[in-house]
Every structure is written in C-alpha cells, then in structure tokens.
Design a protein around this ligand. Sequence first.
Ligand SMILES: Nc1nc2c(c(=O)[nH]1)N[C@H]1C(S)=C(S)[C@@H](COP(=O)(O)O)O[C@H]1N2
Ligand SMILES: [Mo]
Length: 390
Amino acid sequence: MRSSFPTSRRQFLIATSALAGAAMIGGGRRTALAAEGDLIVRSQEPYNAEPPLAALVAEPITPAKHFYVRNHGPTPKIQVNDYKLRIEGMVGRPLELTLAEIKERFRQVGGEATLTCAGNRRQELSAIKPVGGVQWDAGAIGTARWTGATLAELLRSVEIKHEAKHVWFEGLDPIKEKDGSVAPFGGSIPLEKAMAADYPVLLAHAMNDQPLGAEHGFPLRTVVPGYIGARSVKWLSKITVSDRPSPNHYVAEAYKLVQSEAKDEVASAKPIYGFPVNAAICLVGARQKAGPRVISGYALPSGDAPSTIAKLELSRDGGKTWSAAKLVGSAAPFTWQRWTAELDLPPGKHDLVVRATDSSGNTTPERGEWNLKGYLYNGWHHASVEATEG
Ligand SMILES: Nc1nc2c(c(=O)[nH]1)N[C@H]1C(S)=C(S)[C@@H](COP(=O)(O)O)O[C@H]1N2
Ligand SMILES: [Mo]
C-alpha cells in the first residue's frame, strides 16, 4: 500500500502521542552520542566534533552518533525536574514552563530539518587565507527529525506586544569569554520567522524520536529551519521578546560576515540568519582502482526562503565540463538532499568538483567569499582522486 503521506514525509507533521511519552524518560546521557571513532574530535574543551564524510551521507537522517557537535562552552548537566523555560520581555503574560507543561499544553509537531554550522567547511576558507575557529571539514552538518512544540504557539499564548520584532534565546551553558567574563550562549531571530506557520521553529525535546542527547541540548533546544546552527540554541532556558536583536555576543558580535575586527565594522554588520546553498562530495576514496564507481554527497538549498535543490552537477576535470548527478529521495525546503553519481574513472589523477543550484536560483560560487571568522563557505567542493591501473 502506498504511504498515506506520499508528498509530506519530510514535512512537519503532528507527532504521535507514543513519542511524547517516550521522550519523558532518559536523555541527557553521553551514551546517546558516539563511541570513539564515530566522530572526528576537533576540540575536546569545548567539545567540537564532526563525522567522517563517508558516514555522514550513509543515511538520509543523521543518527545522533554521526551528528556533529558544536559547543562554545561546557555541556551543562541538567536535571529535568529542576528545568524551567522562562518567557519574558514584550509580552502581556510572562510565563514559566516545565518540560512536562511544554509537552502537555502545546501541540507536538515533528519534522525534518538540517542543522549546519556557519563554520562548516572552514578548512577550505582557511586555505584561501587562514582564519581562527574550529577547523571544520564539510561535516558540520546533519539532518534530524525534531519533535516539540512550535515557538509560534507558545508566543501566541503569552500575548506579544505590537512593538515586538525579535525573539531572543538563551542557553544554560556558562561560556568563558576572552576577557574572563562568563555569559550564556544566546541567539535571536526576527519575530516573523518565529511566527512562521510552514516549517515552524520548534522548541524541540526529541531528535530522531529520542530525547535530546546532552551534547545536543537536553532537555530542550530551538530548531530554526533554514538558519545557521547558531540560532538553534541548546539547553534553552529563556525566551525574550524584544523590539531589537539580542545583545548577546553571539548575535551582536560573532556570527557576522566581516573583514576586520574594527568595532564600527562589527557593529554595523547584520547578524547571519539563513544559510546559503551548499554542496559537498563525501564518498570517494583518495586512491582507488580505475573503473566504474558510485560517489555521493549532499546538497543544501539556501535557507533564506523555502527552496529545494534544482540542479546538482559534477565535474571530473576541475570544473571545465559538468554533468548532472542524481538527487536521492524526496526534496524539502531547509533540508539537505543527498546525491549520487556513477563515474568511470580512467587511471590517473582527477579533480572532482561539485556545484549546486536551488529552486530560488542560488548557485554555489567557484570560490566562497573570504571573511575574518570563516563563515558560510560554499565554494565548489573539490575531491582529488588518484585512480590506479588494475
Ligand atoms: N546553548 C548553546 N546553544 C548552541 C551552541 C552553544 O555553544 N551553546 N552552539 C550553536 C552552534 S554554533 C551550532 S552550529 C549548533 C550545533 O548544534 P549541535 O551541536 O546539536 O549539532 O548549536 C548551536 N546552539
Ligand atoms: Mo555553529
């Protein structure tokens, strides 16, 4: 029998009550994450890790053990019984909710969305001119099925004042800054995005139908479809409705495209919200026998507006000639799509390149634009392969 949701598998659906029950127990254990070797650790404190690229594209939904972790500070250990989410600011009725109340009072919605770090592929940007920060390969990206209440429904229940324009998020992780001060990680999104009815922003307590793991934000995080991962705040403790973007360091100073650290330049640059169109080659060995083989990777439509991948092209001669690759599975906005291509490589060295175009007409550029913090690299992704005789 055909699925009763032939076109909406990847859309946001009302979650089953079984899940709401399952998510009450467990969670917060590091065992939900990886054994050694499932992730490549980029830094131990704070913990930052990404999967090997071949593992990343093995499945359409990234299992927790292969889901990158991007932490700015220590992972807070939270007792769910002590946990409360506070909603304040430009609201008629400030509110404090336990996790159980968030699950019981609001409709539970589930859907797939890709998270990607703004610093994904920083290694390649660093190759143009070195930048600081976690030196990510192309694995700081993953797609999960998230479940929780919608931010929009929660905000409607607190009566937003008419001058409100932005929604701030604050986490429970104490981050030590260079100047010695300690402050929580924060995010911020425009109110319009917070209220979106399609592809809603979630207050997620489950990832792939399991309670969030400790590293991924247990017990609750935001998931903002289409936006850089930094806006999907983990260990969420506070939501503030305001007429301006959050003054938190990670909104007001970090996560901006700048060429220098000059105060004026940083202050006037806009915070990054949507992620750009992107594509990477993931499964191909650096040395292999000549002959036919299948290679694969991922492509991500731009998150600025609902889009899907329209064209995925592969070159085996460094970008001189291109042919279309095959997109795998169903397409959905704000979600990656995997691709495969069959190649019959003659002996010798080959410079494989991939580029993507989305349905809004955005195309990955030959070279990404250099910026001081190394964000949003989306230049054509190369993989060198040496095919050997016999
Ligand atoms: N509280 C808190 N939330 C956070 C972060 C953090 O350090 N602290 N890192 C952000 C960044 S930069 C990214 S890319 C995503 C990563 O989510 P993940 O670790 O679940 O993959 O979480 C975001 N939310
Ligand atoms: Mo990130």
